[in-house]
Design a protein around this ligand. Sequence first.
Ligand code: SF4
Length: 97
Amino acid sequence: MCSGCKTVEFKDYYSENVYTWCTNCGNYGITSALKRALVNLQIAPHETLMCFDIGCNGNGSDKINAYTFHGLHGRVIPFCHWSSTRKQKCKCNSFRW
Ligand code: SF4
């Protein structure tokens, strides 16, 4: 993190979008753990690209305040690979199946 940058906090990844997962779904824990990891690593939302695929888990793409991509039926794999090979400003490029 640069010396002039603010500390990344959990609330920085907060999204106002309504969760549609079932009560007690594991996706709540997964999403929360991902956000905590990004905060621990001090990676800001504007430095984060998360790639999601189809299904309930993929619906998490709008539950995190970061750059996200929501693909279908494995199509996220080539996009994620392509984006990880680019020398963009994103420090974190994660993939969720
Ligand atoms: S994965 Fe989907 S169907 Fe299963 S508990 Fe979570 S939201 Fe419900």
